[in-house]
Design a binder for this molecule. Structure first.
Ligand code: MOS
Length: 741
């Protein structure tokens, strides 16, 4: 049905059941891997010619504007479409996509059309799409659409319902993990910390709003969408529409940030697909900024009960990290707050648990480093409190509790450079200038302090495939349904292919973000680079085998560089070895290595802040991060990932706070003016350093996840620096001026 371009040639498949010590990236001589190469898609982006989802120009396009619920809980009694159908340009009002969407997002059943009569579970939930010949006409009618609601009693206030928490089913981390007896350990300990940290709801706030253009061709749907994981998003969309997943193609070539909010399908794609089918013409639906806040996903607020116990020498005997978060009733996702705590430190007695408080607020979902981004605030601030009680340097406390093996399973870490990162960071940052006593360093009105925190992010490999075609003219195309969400995938995947095949970067065309190409796990969970990168590696390995055979030399005797194959005292243009062209596919699958080793990336953050003694204003003066994530594939894009994470950390510590009206569930700050992300003036020069590391257990490219490592621990470094500056320990994020005065 959709014309496949790749996937016909040999497939080189590898399941990671054993270590993979040799990597062609170490023997390649092209010299591009790891280098800080500029983004290959950069010129398209800065010249405005990279086409984003909302920008495709299609004949007969109808414009859809979404309508959100104006009650926080209730039932729609009627939608008066007739009242707007006579307005200029209006084509139709479509309401019957709600069951499709619930089916996809919450696992419910698709039911019969309801003419919009349905339950509403949160304020702003998308309930209709108004279609018109122009965007302005659709928007005018969407504002005018009369919808009658029967209001019901909703639950909106976390504090009022916090005792109603229930243990959810296990997710990416166990909902409830206990080891030993933490209560006894707390009683027996020489030193303890028993505190509660609170973090608010947050929004990913990606620059590009969620956008889809849906086009049906008979019974097959093409969706131009802004999605992180097109392969699984197409499956999710097909399931929600009740069609075969072979009938849904998603094209997501460029994505203006996702940060988790575009992992799963959002309402605009289903609304556009259902409306396009009904109208028999293409439909575009772009969520307004406020709708992105209201009706995609939020990171849940958290309340984290931290308990730490040590012996006299600071050795941890117990770690407790027991969390409450909030969700819609019946929603199965939960914010995995304690996920980093499982791996961070030694300690025999452990309790890492999660409970869900049911609230009628926006769906909770993954936002950059789900779990660690907020969980490390609780853990790393409590560690800072513990260090002070012990009279011990915070780095020394972390060093002596850096476990030799997984503290909960009898398996080694695949690689772990936490202490090494801390030592390197301490030296580069000038940690020895820190005064352990808070409030001692003053410059005029400003109190100056330093803080540190560890970074931990689990590493995952996800099944992914990629195809490579090499043509007689020596050019190549690398294709995969992997995405580049601003992270640099286009560039690093081209570098991997170039390094192994000796084909210069400017002769490689990248084709990403289209589900007709080999399926990939896409961008999420920091698995993208390693998973898609390994698929490209395996495809290139297979192509290299073919080139060696065509050249008539052993693989070990073959050198590929600058477009030539060199061996047996001959030098032949690569294009002359491929006949009419060759095509190969590589496929990586996770295997038992994941169970035989615990895999995670590690690092640390250092922060120096000034706290104004008069106003309570906090300025981050400098931050420095050291990260160990296996092989760095591109020093520039990797650094940018970390800079973004650190910036997010500043936001989590100081400004980001998604506020719901506790009486109605309405989101109060639903735009970028009122939801305060750190901007240039809030972010000083940030320094990023990497530890040179290879992880042979992770995958054949020896890289681990880096995308979310940079945010893990960034906020608590700032929080700890604030304490060191002024001696006020704030445990309620974000730390606004009022909390310091
Ligand atoms: Mo990430 S929150 O898996 O995009």
């Amino acid at each position: 049905m959709f014309e496949k371009i790749f996937g016909a040639g040999d497939t080189n498949s590898l399941t990671m059941n054993k270590p993979h010590p040799d990597s062609l990236l170490d023997t390649g001589v092209q010299g591009v891997i790891s280098r800080p190469i500029d983004r290959v898609d950069g010129p398209l982006k800065v010249s405005g010619t990279a086409t984003y989802a909302a920008e495709y120009q299609l004949d007969g396009l109808a414009h859809g504007v979404l309508v959100g619920s104006t009650v926080g809980k209730g039932r729609i009694v009627s939608v008066d479409a007739d009242a707007v159908l006579g307005m200029p340009g209006v084509i139709d009002v479509v309401t019957d996509f709600d069951t499709f969407l619930r089916n996809a997002q919450q696992g419910g059943e698709t039911t019969a059309p309801t003419q919009g009569v349905r339950d509403v579970d949160y304020f702003g939930e998308i309930v209709a799409i108004v279609l018109a010949e122009s965007f302005e006409e659709a928007r005018a009618a969407a504002y005018a659409l009369p919808i009658e609601y029967e209001k019901k009693e909703g639950q909106y206030a976390f504090q009022a319902h916090r005792t109603e928490g229930e243990t959810p089913p296990d997710s990416v981390t166990p909902a409830k993990f206990t080891q030993g007896d933490i209560d006894q350990a707390m009683r027996d300990a020489a030193v303890t910390v028993d505190v509660t940290y609170v973090t608010p709801s947050q929004n990913s706030a990606a620059m590009e709003p969620h956008a889809s253009i849906a086009v049906w061709n008979d019974d097959a749907l093409t969706l131009y969408g802004a999605y992180q994981m097109p392969t699984s998003d197409a499956q999710q969309l097909a399931k929600s529409l009740g069609v075969s997943d072979k009938k849904v193609r998603i094209i997501a070539r460029y994505i203006g940030g996702g940060f988790g909010s575009k992992l799963g399908i959002a309402p605009e794609s289903v609304a556009a697909a259902v409306a396009a089918k009904k109208l028999g013409r293409p439909v575009k639906a772009v969520m307004a900024r406020g709708q992105v806040f209201d009706a995609t996903v939020r990171r849940s607020n958290t309340e984290q009960h931290m308990r730490l116990a040590t012996d006299r020498n600071g050795r941890l005997t117990a770690i407790g990290h027991d969390s409450l978060t909030s969700n819609l009733p019946g929603e199965d996702y939960f914010e995995p707050v304690g996920i980093g705590t499982h791996l961070a430190y030694a300690g025999e007695n452990r309790s890492i648990t999660h409970q869900l408080v049911p609230l009628n607020l926006t769906l909770s979902g993954s936002m950059r480093a789900p779990g660690e981004a907020v969980g490390m605030i609780g853990l790393e601030c409590a560690m800072d409190e513990l260090a002070e009680k012990l009279g011990m340097d915070p780095i020394e406390l972390r060093r002596i509790n850096d476990p030799a093996v997984d503290p909960e399973k009898d398996v080694p870490f695949s690689s772990r450079a936490l202490t090494q990162s801390l030592d390197k960071g301490a030296e580069l940052f000038g940690w020895n200038k820190r005064n352990a006593m808070p409030g001692q360093r003053r410059e005029g009105e400003w109190l100056i302090g330093m803080g540190v925190a560890s970074a931990v992010r689990g590493n995952q490999l996800q099944q992914s495939a990629a195809g490579i075609e090499i043509r007689p003219d020596g050019t190549a195309t690398v294709a995969s349904a992997m995405t580049d969400i601003g992270t640099g995938s286009y560039t690093i995947l081209a570098q991997i292919a170039s390094e192994i095949l000796g084909i210069p970067l400017d002769k490689i065309t990248m084709k990403l973000g289209d589900t007709i190409d080999p399926p990939a796990a896409g961008s999420g969970g920091s698995w993208g680079a390693a998973s898609a990168g390994s698929a490209v590696y395996l495809a290139a390995e297979q192509a290299r085998k073919k080139l060696a055979a065509a050249m008539g030399v052993e693989e070990a005797e073959l050198t590929l560089k600058d477009g030539y194959a060199i061996g047996d005292n001959r030098q032949v243009p690569i294009g002359e070895l491929v006949g009419s062209g060759i095509e190969v596919t590589g496929e990586i699958k996770p295997g038992s290595q994941e169970k035989q080793t615990t895999q995670a990336s590690f690092g640390c953050h250092f922060a120096e802040v000034g706290v104004n003694a008069v106003t309570g204003e906090v300025r981050v003066r400098r931050m420095l991060g050291v990260f160990a994530a296996g092989r760095v594939l591109n020093a520039k894009t990797a650094r940018s990932q970390c800079l973004g994470g650190m910036t997010f950390g500043i936001g989590a510590a100081l400004t980001e706070d998604l506020i719901h009206d506790q009486r109605t569930g309405k989101l109060v700050n639903r735009d970028l003016a009122e939801y305060h992300l750190p901007v240039n003036a809030d972010v000083p020069q940030l320094e990023v350093h990497f530890i040179d590391e290879r992880d042979i257990h992770a995958n054949p490219i020896h890289a681990k996840g880096i995308g979310e490592l940079g945010i893990s621990g960034a906020a608590p470094a700032v929080v700890n620096a604030i304490y060191n500056a002024c001696g006020v320990r704030v445990r309620d994020m974000p730390i606004t001026c009022d909390k310091l005065l």
